[in-house]
Ligand binder design. Structure first.
Ligand SMILES: [Zn+2]
Length: 398
């Protein structure tokens, strides 16, 4: 803009603004100006002190939320998000009569104002792995706590990113919503319920928070979680021919599975098998009549081929499988410039979003190598960097 035009603009802009009110009746003018004052009043009320991401994570991890026991954490989160000016809904996933723990279980959906359907969804799970509690403590730069990286660190980063974008005027009503879900560490019932019955729509992108070391995930393995039960016939251990060992049957079948070459992929690597638990039998001197194994296959290749193979192997006259969860491998968006990339070997709630045709990102602070262990932590700088990362992903997709 040349200097003359610039000076003219300085003259014209205030003129145009005052002209626009000349044609209004005094009542309407009064209405507009008082409405503006009301809005100011509301927004000044809303801008209470914003959370620092480290403090937010600290407080978040103090409220226990082991999978199944998420009631208190969700209500705590509702209160603090409402204090910050968000509209917050709790969606019942299981009421107290229907949950295993006798506690109601909720998802939390939050957004600014009244527009529930947004361009972008930021989401993380609030439930934590039942691998024992870790009270909040710091070791140098490391924040240790159950859920520090899986996935309360992500949730804290998303919340702070949301408010920074809002306060900077970069997002408005209808741009971004926050969804915090339960049950990810067991069967994904939270995200499944949200997608099926929250009745909210997202148009552009969903960003799921899980520990990716602040790298954008190119994809992750699917998960096939199932139990195998085997039945036999008890007898004196000196006379095995009179009985049928459920444990021996199960172990021989498991060996076949372990030795099988299951489909893999270039992007996600090999499909891996974990025998998580194995139980059975009564005593060393009795041929066992019952055995059970809890299994987890991380699926990197053709998932239905793997499922069919497992079903053929274990659905026999002496054994059967019960599927806990079966989710396909995920291939994700990684088009935002400036990020390192990573392929992940763990499963997330992402497959539940499959029916929604928007871009999907997986991103969050911390490393999966310490998730589900007693050494779970996230670093302070990773947390701050995740806020920058979430903001970048949102701005790219607005
Ligand atoms: Zn997780």
């Amino acid at each position: 803009m040349r200097i003359v035009e610039f000076l003219l603009t300085l003259l014209i802009i205030p003129l145009v603004h005052s002209i626009s009110f000349w044609g209004l009746s005094p009542e309407i003018y009064q209405k507009i100006s008082s409405k503006k004052e009301d809005t100011d009043l509301i927004s000044s009320k809303k801008i209470t002190k914003r959370w620092d991401v480290v403090n937010l994570l600290k407080e978040m991890t103090k409220v226990e939320s082991e999978v199944g026991y998420e009631y208190q954490a969700m209500h705590w989160l509702k209160d603090i998000l409402e204090e910050q000016g968000l509209t917050v809904e709790l969606q019942i996933v299981e009421d107290s009569d229907h949950s295993n723990t006798g506690l109601a279980r909720h998802n939390l959906y939050a957004y600014m104002g009244t527009v529930r359907n947004t361009k972008i969804l930021l989401s993380a799970h609030i439930d934590t792995n039942p691998e024992g509690r870790i009270p909040y403590h710091e070791i140098g730069e490391e924040i240790h706590a159950r859920g520090a990286c899986d996935a309360k660190g992500s949730a804290a980063g998303q919340i702070v990113a949301f408010f920074e974008l809002w306060d900077e005027g970069k997002i408005e009503e209808g741009d971004v919503s926050l969804l915090f879900v339960i049950g990810e560490e067991y069967n994904g019932i939270g995200m499944k319920t949200a997608v099926e019955s929250l009745n909210a729509t997202w148009y552009s992108a969903a960003v799921l928070g899980e520990p990716t070391e602040n790298k954008l995930s190119k994809g992750h393995k699917g998960n096939f979680r199932f139990d195998i039960e085997a039945w036999g016939k008890k007898s004196h251990s000196g006379y095995p021919e009179l009985g049928f060992s459920a444990i021996e049957f199960l172990v021989r079948k498991l060996n076949i599975l372990l030795d099988s070459e299951l489909p893999s992929s270039d992007l996600l690597g090999p499909t891996t098998v974990n025998i998580g638990t194995i139980k059975g039998g009564d005593s060393a001197n009795i041929i066992p009549s019952y055995a059970k194994a809890e299994m987890y296959i991380r699926v990197a290749g053709n998932s239905s081929e793997i499922k069919n193979y497992v079903e053929d192997l274990f659905n026999t006259e002496h054994s059967k499988i019960t599927i806990v969860q079966f989710l396909d491998p995920q291939y994700l968006s990684f088009d935002v410039p400036g990020f390192e990339l990573i392929a992940c070997s763990y499963a997330t709630d992402m497959p539940y979003l499959e029916s929604i045709s928007i871009k999907k990102y997986l991103y969050g602070p911390g490393s999966i190598s310490v998730a589900h262990t007693q050494a779970e932590y996230v670093t302070v700088s990773e947390l701050y960097d995740s806020v920058v990362g979430y903001k970048k992903i949102v701005e790219f997709n607005l």
